[in-house]
Design a protein around this ligand. Structure first.
Ligand SMILES: C[S@@+](CC[C@H](N)C(=O)[O-])C[C@H]1O[C@@H](n2cnc3c(N)ncnc32)[C@H](O)[C@@H]1O
Length: 226
């Protein structure tokens, strides 16, 4: 019989150390991604930046419904440098199914696009990502981008300003840039306020970064560190 491997001590203590810094009620959503490497990169970014979960709209059924199976999947484990083992990933059959689930749980959504989409468009660093207690940040597919259906059910569209000759950034790259700004703002909020709508202000804000001395690679978390 296969023995279940218990997390190593250093891994458990790192998990406890990062827990208070993770962003509550924040989900990254990938709408119909086609490249497993991009999914792995997003999972890695989500884990590194302290986002709570990843939802994937996967009408082609390329992924499993079973989280445990997803965690063990080589292609995802490799591309996410094992971050998938530490990150909750759930798949949905359609954009509407995912929105129905999010809305039932009280989440509001924002979409991302290199183009102007829908009624409200915001430049990344000018947006306030703390206004909604429960927030889902949507990223579109590599070829088509975010769908009209997703734009329709979202509060706003966030745009990373572009200064080159190309139309858009890669999906994995844009997830890192957008989620960095979103998590930075939400961690600052969590450090200052205990409750929503800026209520329960702490007399001394909690730290928003882990002191550098305790940073470091932990054997067992990643298979490689490239
Ligand atoms: C390769 S891009 C998709 C390009 C596609 N041709 C389009 O029209 O959107 C994949 C995803 O990355 C995100 N993205 C890429 N560049 C972005 C930018 N400048 N601002 C915001 N999101 C961006 C969006 O979520 C986009 O759907």
């Amino acid at each position: 019989m296969e023995e279940e491997t218990k997390p190593k001590r250093g891994v458990r203590s790192r998990a406890n150390e990062v827990k208070p810094f993770r962003c509550k009620h924040l989900i990254a959503v990938l709408e119909c991604p086609s490249d497993m490497r991009n999914i792995g990169t997003v999972v890695r970014n989500v884990n590194a930046l302290g986002v709570e979960k990843v939802y994937i709209v996967d009408p082609r059924r390329a992924l499993s419904d079973d989280w445990q199976e997803l965690r063990d999947r080589k292609s995802l484990s490799k591309t996410s440098v094992s971050a998938v083992k530490w990150t909750f990933v759930r798949r949905f059959d359609s954009t509407d199914e995912c929105f129905d689930h999010l809305e039932k749980k009280g989440f509001r959504s924002i979409v991302t696009s290199p183009h102007v989409k829908g009624k409200t468009n915001v430049i990344l660093h000018e947006g306030d990502y703390t206004a909604f207690t429960k927030l889902a940040v949507w990223f579109g597919s590599e070829a088509i981008g975010i769908s009209d259906a997703a734009v329709e059910r979202s509060e706003m569209c966030v745009n990373i300003p572009m200064f080159g000759m190309i139309e858009s950034l890669n999906l994995g790259t844009s997830s890192g840039i957008v989620l960095y700004e979103v998590t930075k703002q939400r961690r600052e909020y969590q450090s200052r306020f205990r409750r929503r709508k800026k209520r329960g202000e702490r007399s001394t804000p909690l730290p928003t970064v882990i002191p550098p001395k305790s940073h470091g690679l932990i054997a067992g978390i990643g298979d490689d560190y490239s």
